[in-house]
Design a protein around this ligand. Structure first.
Ligand code: MRU
Length: 340
């Protein structure tokens, strides 16, 4: 299992795997302040919806170091961490749980630290168990020998160990089954190439990397049995925000008669957001496109549009896999039943 972070409660430091260095180097950053954690989330040193939630939850603990009013410091940290990224609902879900723990917790600094750490640990453990269940449910949708196409990164470092969309592949590898994967590289930041391909190779899964624009051709060749993607926010009607490019894959899958599955823990379901139209889509810097990885690849002055996520309409989704079971369309009632 690959995890995105570890918390050292004695030193009051979060050790965070710097995802921007992958796959070339495994660098663990010691983060000791809320500001450092907020910067790490904003600059994608930690990314993936559940992982951002875990990072923020442990980030709240960092506010307690030397605080004269620990509860006030924790509340301020929660407010600051809420502003780091807008789309993945897991961030807000985790911070809401931390906020409840702050209010129900003791006033004494050490006792509050223990109380909040227990809540952050609980969420991490719940997510690990969810990953195993997501993998097991997802695997039930696949035959041995199947090939899955995926986009972005949805493994251990995006979550807490097993991941979401690639969890069936990881579980299959553990059971000695032969599932294969096409990983779309995921422009502009290449999470598919840099993280998914790295994680699947490490797990011994037969993975082939393609650029995003190759997906249609590979599907047309009959080489894909199912598409599995993760999610950053699932609206009450099943519309799903995920990494930019996901919607295109869903359209292509429908055109080629290939099932399209979303896999996510119930912490990604947002019953308060009625449809995908209400999901805020993060826009990121033009330089991610014009100067990817330090090299200028477009005119300096060109107009750029860089939405980091898109929304796949529920009508294109064959099923939503959660740790509490597989939800089939129409999604509204099923999602309410699992995530109420
Ligand atoms: O911008 P990122 O790298 O945080 O986006 C990540 C994704 O979109 C993932 O596909 C999603 O969070 C699913 S995570 C298990």
């Amino acid at each position: 299992m690959i995890v995105p972070l570890r918390y050292d409660a004695d030193a009051r430091v979060v050790h965070l795997l710097d995802q921007t260095e992958l796959p070339v180097r495994e660098v663990w950053l010691p983060l000791g302040t809320v500001d450092a954690m907020a910067e790490a989330i904003r600059s994608l040193r930690v990314r993936g919806a559940p992982a951002i939630g875990h990072a923020a939850a442990y980030g709240v603990l960092l506010a307690l170091r030397g605080a004269s009013d620990p509860k006030a410091a924790a509340r301020d940290a929660i407010a600051a961490l809420r502003t780091t990224r807008p789309t993945a609902v897991n961030l807000f879900w985790a911070l809401d749980r931390m906020a409840e723990a702050v209010e129900s917790g003791p006033d004494d600094a050490d006792a509050l630290h223990a109380h909040l750490k227990a809540e952050a640990d609980r969420m991490f453990a719940e997510d690990q168990a969810a990953g195993i269940a997501l993998g097991t449910h997802g695997l039930s949708l696949l035959q041995d020998g199947a090939t899955v196409m995926t986009i972005c990164h949805t493994g251990g470092v995006a979550t807490s160990g097993y991941g979401t969309a690639i969890a069936p592949l990881l579980i299959a590898a553990e059971r000695g089954l032969d599932l294969k994967a096409f990983a779309c590289e995921t422009r502009p930041l290449l999470q598919g190439a840099r993280i998914t391909a790295w994680e699947l190779e490490k797990a011994g899964v037969d993975v082939t990397l393609i650029t995003d624009s190759m997906a249609a051709f590979v599907m047309k060749q009959g080489r894909v049995d199912a598409v599995f993607v993760g999610a950053d926010r699932i609206a009450a009607n099943g519309d799903t925000a995920n990494k930019i490019g996901t919607y295109g894959l869903a359209v292509l899958a429908r055109a080629h008669g290939i099932p399209f599955y979303v896999s996510a823990p119930v912490s990604t379901v947002d019953p308060m957001t009625p449809t995908g139209d209400a999901i805020e889509i993060e826009e990121r810097s033009a330089r991610e496109i014009t100067h990817g990885f330090g090299r200028q690849t477009a005119p300096e002055t060109v107009n750029v549009y860089n939405p980091a996520f898109d929304v796949t309409p529920a009508a294109l989704i064959s099923a939503i896999v959660t740790e509490r079971g597989i939800v089939r369309p129409p999604f509204e009632a099923g999602l309410r039943a699992v995530a109420g």
